[in-house]
Design a binder for this molecule. Structure first.
Ligand code: IMP
Length: 443
């Protein structure tokens, strides 16, 4: 059986906690897209692990796979693996040989391009990890793949072709000086050594075959989406997106299993009870119109710890956006949702959601396809009764009925609007601070 976890909003929905919780019933946890732009905080036995590349299941002794749809920075990978080992863990991580490698020149170009856009409204506010330039090279058929690191001759041939192009781009187009990121000999040396370590530790696999064999042997597989629907390259708010497909279709193309495999399993959308956004782009329900809204946003930001895991940047805050969630539920075909951070909204003077948008006098329940039109949408807000601060640890222990009535109304509205059941409700950052309703791995 498979369970696919998808971010329903703009990333940072608290996917890591659910992956970690349900991952207990998975044998393998597979990431299918993205790279070290993802920030997952996993709390285990009171210990907090901040991971950006290693699948969070690896904290719980699962096999962690980075699928062919991922872009992998080996420097980050090995530093995270080494850190986990220092904490006494022994993560088992496999890399798809078809996955692309983030090279030092990709990071440099990511930052150069953001800088070049800095004075325009085209700035994406990327994480600076080289994600976009690596996917560009993948689509441009000039990328370096994990499998290439295992063969020094192929690696050299590819680098000798691509590096002069990057050097020319940096020097002739941007008028900057190229540095060690364009030193072919140094790159061949470093990445051949990385290939040697991958081989020695038996980490590189044919991902599709590996998963097929494990599934045939009866293993449960969890596909762990990073980022979220609204920063999907196809279904997000282009161009303020990442360069991969966090939506459920990516779980098939990004790992080498068929869409029917993903579709026969559960697809669970992770929803944060409010909205946060790192980086640029429209956000119709953003709390920023006056001092009161800004104060409210500050309060939620502090209480919810809404600062980027990877970059430390403060996140923009808004009310839950239902047209966005309807879009997410359709694109990925959610079979259920988990709602996080319900505790953060406790004790507020008001709780609202953006039920619909108003655009040119019309009310609409779904999102427009262009970002410019989306930016023109005004939220049609629906107000809910507020709920008090309670002992959330006790609520997690007692179960759904212990959730304050007004908060239950909020959850039921969400479930009705999206026409899916709620499998879990997060009421605090730790795995144990979750109200369990149903485990998607249970038949
Ligand atoms: P990139 O993925 O670094 O290219 O960044 C592209 C856009 O996606 C930027 O707006 C980032 O802030 C956003 N982004 C990338 N990864 C994450 C994430 O894990 N959570 C939230 N936003 C992200």
């Amino acid at each position: 059986m498979t369970v696919t976890i998808v971010g329903s909003q703009l990333g940072d929905e608290g996917k890591g906690a659910l992956v970690d919780l349900w991952g207990g019933d998975a044998d393998i946890v597979v990431r299918y897209q993205g790279g070290d732009n993802a920030g997952h905080t996993v709390v285990e036995d009171g210990e907090e692990y901040k991971l950006s590349l290693v699948p969070s299941g690896a904290v719980r002794d699962k096999v962690g796979v980075l699928g062919n749809g991922c872009v992998i920075n080996p420097r980050t990978l090995f530093s995270e693996i080494d850190d986990l080992r220092e904490c006494g863990l022994d993560p088992d991580v496999r890399l798809a040989k078809r996955a692309h490698v983030i090279m030092p020149y990709h990071r440099r170009l990511d930052n150069i391009e953001e800088e070049a856009k800095a004075d325009s409204d085209l700035t994406v506010g990327t994480t600076g990890r080289g994600i976009g330039p690596t996917y560009e090279d993948k689509a441009g058929r000039r990328g370096i793949r994990v499998g290439d690191l295992l063969d020094p001759d192929v690696l050299r041939q590819r680098l000798e072709y691509v590096v002069p192009q990057k050097q020319a781009l940096i020097e002739d187009v941007y008028g900057l000086e190229a540095g060690e990121e364009c030193d072919v000999e140094a790159l061949v040396e470093e990445y051949t050594e990385i290939g040697r370590r991958l081989r020695e530790d038996d980490m590189a696999v044919n991902c599709g075959d590996f998963l097929a064999e494990r599934r045939e042997a009866g293993d449960n597989v969890m596909f762990e989406g990073a980022q979220g629907t609204l920063i999907d390259i196809d279904h997000g708010s282009y161009p303020y997106v990442t360069s991969s497909n966090p939506t459920a279709g990516g779980a098939a193309t990004g790992t080498g299993v068929g869409p029917t495999v993903v579709g026969q399993g559960e697809v669970v959308g992770i929803v944060k009870s409010y909205l946060s956004r790192v980086g640029e782009g429209p956000m119709p329900t953003e709390l920023k119109d006056d001092d009161r809204e800004e104060e409210l946003a500050d309060f939620i930001r502090e209480k919810g710890g809404e600062f980027g895991t990877v970059t430390g940047r403060p996140r923009r805050i808004g009310w839950l956006d239902m047209p966005m969630l309807r879009h997410a539920a359709r694109v990925s075909g959610f079979t259920g949702i988990a709602v996080n951070h319900l505790d953060v909204l406790a004790g507020l003077d008001e709780v609202k959601v953006g039920h619909a948008y108003e655009l040119e006098g019309d009310e609409r329940l779904t999102m427009p396809a262009t970002t410019e039109r989306w930016g023109e949408c005004e939220p049609v807000l629906k107000e809910f009764d507020t709920w008090p601060e309670v002992d959330w640890a006790a609520v997690a222990e007692e179960g759904y009925d212990a959730i304050p009535d007004a908060a239950q109304d909020y959850l039921e509205y969400l479930s009705d609007e999206l026409d899916v059941p709620i499998y879990a409700v997060g009421v605090g950052p730790g795995r144990e601070q979750t109200v369990h309703i149903e485990n998607p791995f249970d038949d």
